[in-house]
Ligand binder design. Structure first.
Ligand code: ADP
Ligand code: MG
Ligand code: MG
Length: 252
């Protein structure tokens, strides 16, 4: 069993030479096998939370901690985070010109597994995962994220997750920019990864629609840099009906 523990996390971001506080004490625990939805209005700091866990240099942790099975995630390099079993999919993934999807995936798998996957087996694995996600085989030769449509970026993320088999995944707005067919395919991919039973997942989203396909065990409402309310799936239904207004008012 694995546990991702976020304790009283406080983060600032540099804007115009000033350190602006964004995360104001985030507490959250995600265990293996649990899917948590983190939902909140635009600008509330959801992506800042994801970037902070990922160790993005623009975000400064000024207090609190993030641990995976007791190990200090914030002290790890990006590679160490991946080897520890963390998978982080960002809202705006970076382009990697000149590196093909196929090479990128193999390098990532080698880093995570500690040895290069056997070529013949690997090719089969990738083919199968791509076909599950309805991705054209030619996609493997394109440069990572370069000129990808919104839907292609998101499928590529789920493809990575399926191949890397993390212990803990943080997915930031994996549902944004997807049409209904792509949303279903991406959701099925997420559900396949969940079906292994031991994946812990933090699904960050602005809209409730992905939660029709991926049923969360827990729902957290995120407003103004912290969690305003914890609940079960019924909380997502309430948000769908009422929006974030009540929580925004209460936090003001
Ligand atoms: P969300 O993902 O919930 O929409 P973000 O984490 O993207 O929210 O943004 C939270 C706040 O932090 C916003 O006011 C945003 O402008 C600011 N912010 C986040 N990242 C940066 C950045 N790299 N540079 C400047 N401001 C940022
Ligand atoms: Mg946003
Ligand atoms: Mg965001």
């Amino acid at each position: 069993m694995s546990t991702l523990e976020i304790r009283d996390l406080q983060v600032t971001v540099k804007t115009d030479g000033e350190d602006k506080p964004i995360l104001k004490g985030v507490d959250l625990t995600v265990n293996s096998g649990e899917t948590h939805a983190l939902m909140g209005p635009n600008g509330s700091g959801k992506s800042t939370l994801a970037y902070s866990i990922a160790g993005h240099p623009k975000y400064t942790v000024t207090g609190g901690s993030v641990t995976l099975d007791g190990a200090d995630v914030l002290a790890m390099t990006v590679d160490e985070r991946a080897r520890a079993g963390l998978f982080l999919a960002m809202q705006y993934p970076v382009e990697v010109p000149g590196v093909s999807v196929s090479n990128f995936l193999r390098t990532a798998a080698t880093a995570v597994r500690g040895e290069a996957p056997k070529l013949r087996h690997w090719i089969k694995e990738v083919k199968e995962a791509m076909s599950n996600l309805d991705i054209d085989p030619a996609f493997a030769e394109r440069s990572v994220n370069e000129g990808f449509s919104g839907g292609e970026k998101k499928r590529h993320e789920i493809l990575q997750m399926e191949l890397l088999k993390p212990k803990m995944a943080v997915l930031d707005e994996t549902d944004s920019g997807l049409d209904i067919d792509a949303l279903k395919i991406v959701s099925e991919g997420i559900n396949r990864a969940r079906a292994t039973g031991d994946l812990g997942m933090l699904l960050i989203t602005h809209y409730t629609r992905i939660l029709r396909y991926v049923k969360p065990d827990f729902v957290h409402v995120f407003v103004a840099g912290k969690i305003a309310e914890h609940g079960g799936p019924e909380l997502a239904e309430q948000l769908e009906a009422e929006g974030y207004e009540r929580f925004i008012k209460a936090s003001a």
